[in-house]
Ligand binder design. Structure first.
Ligand code: NDP
Length: 450
């Protein structure tokens, strides 16, 4: 038995039976269901209305063939996915990931997490996710464009500004969103806010690029203040990854007075005792899609170590995993704890294994789970949708201020729920429960037809 509550055990048994061979999805469902044990004691009607049986099953799951022609004239075939997980509180919303590791399990875990994350933002967005096992690395702009056009040639039937609004994720940035949007517009002859993360010249929101990384630091700042009476000033920070989330987390950490000493990519990590020179990282990663080890060409006093996992052995006060799922395991958690880490906040989705999370919680390390700590990206996508609907644009400062307030609100929402349901400071449980209750209420009022 994995659960004390027999109803939850039954739900999880069914999920296991229906989703065999999908470890990431089962991991995400298990973590969320565990948080519901104290809720079910206080809210038995959640069992009677079958809310939990329903919430673990996607409303719709679409897979499709994506064929395209490479620069050598060879036909290539990838698999495309979109999961429309839950639309109880708004249109499906969630990013598209292009990475060879993408499969049904990864897409469903991300879509499931997205339901609770979007709810926590307080904005009216349901949960979805999509992507493909296409690897943009090493592909020409023309190849990426042809892939995106083929992908959208199927996806456009399933999405729309009031139905499902995709965005970026790993491997999907401004370039890919542009190609996807162009093809959607051509196929539907309509210019609508059907995607977020758009370029600023055609409906994008200021501060969307920065939002996930900035939001992660606003959350961390509030968590330190409220739970430890502390701040980011003078803290040493380690950030894994060097993509969109990691870069803007690094920028905001430095702006708030911390020093980031290490960053990574899937090849290895750099360590710069003086503090990472972010302009160099941006030039490598945003400027020419290079490798993080090229940092040493500009900053020869820094060091580079092969293998991305070693980054968790770097001594720091605050660790921000911002690369990918399950990148921080129990062994890495042990190293961070031994080195005196005081806070961990997740920029990536599910970057810490369950074992790592348990170790942090047991050691009294403040722990900000992804669905709360990295919700700034989707929250700002929600603000992009609002601006598109109004046909109006807010200034950078206006969006950034709203983002800050949303992140502070998410922290308190999760923290208060953790207190209310008997485990004060357990933000994993608090975020799951706070996100869930709003969706559950909306599902209850809308009846059982879906
Ligand atoms: P990017 O593609 O911009 O960057 C991803 C970074 O993670 C790169 O440095 C990449 O290295 C590294 N990485 C990817 N896969 C692996 C792997 N298997 N092992 C080690 N490193 C890896 O993606 P984002 O920054 O947008 O996304 C990062 C994480 O944040 C993801 O979990 C995503 O779901 C999550 N997230 C993103 C949001 C956003 O707004 N972009 C919003 C909320 C969550 P390399 O270049 O070598 O592959």
């Amino acid at each position: 038995m994995e659960f004390k509550n027999s109803y939850l055990q039954g739900v999880y048994d069914t999920v296991q039976r229906r989703n065999q061979g999908e470890p990431e999805f089962l991991q995400a469902v298990k973590e969320v269901l565990e948080s519901f044990e104290p809720v079910l004691e206080k809210r038995p009607e959640l069992e009677e209305t079958g809310i939990i049986d329903r919430i673990v099953e996607p409303e719709r799951f679409i897979t499709f063939r994506v064929s395209w022609v490479d620069d050598a004239g060879k036909v290539r075939v990838n698999r495309g996915y979109r999961v429309q997980f839950n639309s109880a509180i708004g249109p499906y919303k969630g990013g598209l990931r292009l990475h060879p590791s993408v499969n049904a399990s990864v897409i469903k875990f991300l879509g499931f997490e997205q339901v609770f994350k979007n709810s926590l933002t307080g904005l009216p967005m349901g949960g979805g996710k999509g992507g493909s096992d296409f690897d943009p690395k090493g592909k020409s702009d023309g190849e990426v464009m042809r892939f995106c056009q083929s992908f959208m040639t199927e996806l456009y039937r399933h999405i729309g500004p009031d139905t499902d609004v995709p965005a970026g994720d790993i491997g999907v940035g401004a370039r890919e969103i542009g190609y996807l949007f162009g093809q959607y517009k051509r196929l539907t002859n309509s210019f609508t806010g059907v995607l977020t993360g758009k370029g600023l010249t055609y409906g994008g929101s200021l501060a969307r690029t920065e939002a996930t990384g900035f939001g992660l630091l606003y959350f961390t700042q509030e968590m330190l203040k409220e739970m430890k009476g502390d701040s980011l000033t003078g803290k040493t920070v380690v950030i894994s990854g060097s993509g969109n989330v990691a870069i803007y987390a690094c920028q905001k950490a430095a702006e708030l007075g911390a020093k980031v000493v290490a960053m990574s990519d899937s090849g290895g990590y750099i360590y710069d005792e003086k503090g990472i020179d972010l302009a160099v990282v941006k030039e490598i990663k945003e400027g020419r899609r290079g490798r993080i080890k090229e940092y040493l060409e500009k900053v020869p006093t820094a060091s580079y170590t092969e293998g991305c996992k070693g980054i968790w052995g770097v001594k720091c006060d605050i660790a921000l995993p911002c690369a990918t799922q399950n990148e921080l395991d129990g062994e890495a958690a042990d190293k961070l704890i031994a080195n005196g880490v005081i806070a961990v906040a997740e920029g990536a989705n599910m970057p810490s294994t369950p074992e790592a999370v348990q170790k942090f919680q047991k050691a009294g390390v403040l722990f900000g789970p992804a669905k709360a700590a990295n919700a700034g990206g989707v929250a700002t996508s929600g603000l992009e949708m609002s601006q598109n609907s109004m046909r109006y644009s807010w200034t950078f400062q206006e969006v950034d201020r709203k983002l800050h307030d949303i992140m502070v609100g998410i922290f308190h929402n999760a923290y208060n729920a953790s207190k209310k349901f008997g485990d004060a400071g357990n933000l994993v449980m608090g975020a799951n429960v706070a996100g869930f209750l709003k969706v559950a209420d909306a599902m209850k009022w809308q009846g059982i037809a879906y």
